[in-house]
Design a protein around this ligand. Structure first.
Ligand SMILES: [Zn+2]
Length: 334
């Protein structure tokens, strides 16, 4: 079996965008508006239509059996509005993922977004995580380390601020993919620089924290191939030494995993060379940040299964990346 651990509902029916536009227009009138949850009015047929010629078609073409599916990352936009805005919006997007998993139980496994809001405690996020795992059988969550959308004013991941979510993750035995959302700082391009900087930042923040000591069984996935981390593995190992930390294998590599959303062969080869096999989870993030065809290969950039198939690692290692490692990290997958 091949499990893609990183997919978002980027093709959701347009009523979802309309709901969000309405939320934003209400906030323009009154930024503190609590608003109401309201309805989405999306039919099962709307959902089928949104997936049949996109994610499902690509799953079939590429030989991917299951995708761990979560709300569109760039639309989480925790910086928009207030905690009520975020709560209603996130609940709707998670409920929509649940409906996808009910309509296509053999194709999609749910993971939730969390209703974070900058400067607000994580009580609502803990509640929503519990609801999604217990009521919807979701197997993981996306945790945004910078809910400000590019202004970086939240405490680092080692701060006690985050510990209520970590406690719930451990209690429910679910991992978090550390994933930022849309960016409102023009200095960053969302998927080109903001996402990759955030991935790199998450690793360094965890390095300088007590999180893995305080939560020995906690599991994080750093997406997009771990940002710059595998490429700069020597720098991070050297920093661990200089900062008198434990070696990375001990400090983080029983808790931190990288996905394979790296869109060229040489990048995947480096990732597979540098990072221990047990820490790698197959992912493509289709249909996501990079949607075109690579003129050098004639294949889609995000068809990452090809790169792993073509890599030099053993068949057993490939199987671990495609399935076993993901099942170990997302232990609630049935
Ligand atoms: Zn993503």
């Amino acid at each position: 079996m091949i499990i893609d651990c990183h997919g978002h509902y980027t093709t959701a029916p347009e009523q979802l965008g309309e709901y969000r536009a309405h939320q934003k227009s209400e906030l323009e009138k009154n930024a503190a508006a609590k608003g109401k949850k309201g309805e989405l009015n999306i039919s099962d047929d709307d959902i089928r239509e949104s997936l049949e010629n996109s994610q499902l078609k690509l799953q079939r073409e590429r030989g991917i059996d299951r995708t761990i599916f979560s709300p569109r990352a760039s639309w989480m936009e925790h910086h928009v509005g207030n905690e009520h805005t975020s709560k209603y919006w996130t609940e709707h997007t998670n409920e929509l993922i649940y409906r996808v998993t009910e309509l296509y139980p053999n194709n999609f496994i749910g993971a939730c977004a969390l209703p974070q809001s900058p400067g607000v405690d994580l009580k609502n996020s803990v509640k929503e995580l519990e609801r999604c795992v217990k009521e919807f059988a979701f197997v993981g969550c996306n945790l945004n380390l910078d809910p400000s959308g590019g202004h970086w004013d939240s405490p680092p991941l080692g701060d006690r601020y985050w510990y209520t979510v970590y406690e719930k993750m451990v209690e429910l035995d679910v991992p978090a993919m550390i994933h930022v959302s849309g960016c409102c700082n023009p200095a960053f391009h969302a998927t080109g620089s903001y996402y990759l900087s955030a991935d790199t930042t998450a690793f360094m923040q965890l390095m300088q924290s007590d999180v893995t000591r305080d939560f020995p069984t906690i599991r994080f996935i750093i997406p997009h191939g771990g940002g710059a981390v595998p490429y700069h593995w020597g720098r991070f190992r050297g920093l661990a030494d200089m900062l008198k930390l434990a070696p990375l294998d001990e400090l983080l590599m029983n808790n931190v995993y990288f996905d394979t959303c790296v869109y060229h062969q040489a990048g995947i080869d480096l990732l597979l060379d540098v990072i221990p096999n047990k820490n790698l989870l197959f992912a493509s993030e289709m249909i996501g940040a990079v949607r075109g065809i690579d003129s050098e290969t004639g294949y889609y950039f995000d068809d990452t299964k090809r790169y792993i198939d073509n890599s030099r690692v053993s068949e057993e290692d490939k199987r671990s990346i495609f399935e076993a490692n993901t099942r170990a990290v997302f232990s609630r997958i049935k």
